[in-house]
Design a binder for this molecule. Structure first.
Ligand code: UDP
Length: 239
């Protein structure tokens, strides 16, 4: 199920159904990967075939960025935007209810530590069995620690495409775990970066708020979006 955009299959169901689909991935034998996609990631996939391969192998790709929703709208397809941060948070709550062990990997030391503290405070029974910062060079050591911890849900905040590659490569060595690339979510949960006020969220303008708060993001986001929309308009390969 899903809709195609620039040759990539995007989930087109409701937020609640996405949560259920994600939970169904938790106890599978293999490593499952959820990608929360934005326009910059489409650009990356276009010039990096290894990244396109990662996306093709993902189990669920949800439309995180408003740009993705607009692009699909241009093609006459209506989807619900599913912000990765909200999806991950909901999945954490469900995991707490079901006593499923979780791990958080990424961001700076104090960021991941504060994110863990705040999440534990907000979500009762949340069982965080492993967490660490996202500045490491040896992936295998981290995979080994995930395995030892027994985590069944692992959130990875290394930024894109690093986090997607980290998860993809985990498939060779780990089993029975759901991994989600969550970008800057730990920064928000730690209180380090404020999430856009509700009014921005309602109008899908979180990118605008984030750009004003972190102007250095501008050069990353701005050229990508109009180019992305143009590409979508002229692309003929989708079903
Ligand atoms: N990060 C990391 N290791 C790295 C590079 C980045 O842990 O080698 C973290 C960084 O500290 C930040 C997150 O990854 O917390 C990236 O957030 P960003 O907002 O750039 O992600 P986006 O959602 O825009 O991809």
């Amino acid at each position: 199920m899903g809709v195609e955009l620039l040759g990539i299959e995007i989930y087109d169901g409701s937020f609640d159904d996405a949560v259920e689909s994600a939970l169904a991935l938790v106890n599978r034998e293999q490593v499952s990967q959820i990608v929360t996609i934005n326009p910059e990631m489409f650009s990356e996939a276009e010039c990096n075939s290894a990244f396109k391969q990662v996306l093709d192998a993902a189990d669920l790709i949800v439309p995180d960025g408003v740009g993705v929703k607009i692009a699909l709208g241009l093609k006459g397809k209506k989807v619900t935007r599913i912000p990765g941060i909200d999806l991950s948070r909901k999945i954490l709550e469900k995991c707490a209810d079901k006593d499923i062990p979780v791990a958080l990997i990424g961001s700076k030391d104090e960021v991941v530590l504060n994110a863990v503290k705040n999440l534990k405070k907000d979500i009762s029974n949340l069982n965080i069995v492993y967490f660490r910062n996202g500045y490491f060079t040896e992936n295998n050591e981290i995979y080994e620690n995930i395995k030892k911890s027994g985590a069944k849900l692992v959130l990875i905040a290394l930024g894109s495409p690093k986090q997607e590659f980290f998860i993809y490569n985990a498939k060779k060595v780990l089993s029975s775990v759901l991994m989600i690339g969550v970008g800057g979510s730990f920064d928000v949960w730690s209180g380090n970066i404020k999430r856009a006020p509700k009014i921005y969220q309602m109008f899908g303008l979180e990118w605008l708020y984030r750009t004003v708060m972190q102007p250095e993001r501008f050069k990353r986001i701005f050229p990508a979006l109009p180019l992305f929309l143009l590409k979508v308009l002229f692309y003929r390969g989708d079903k």
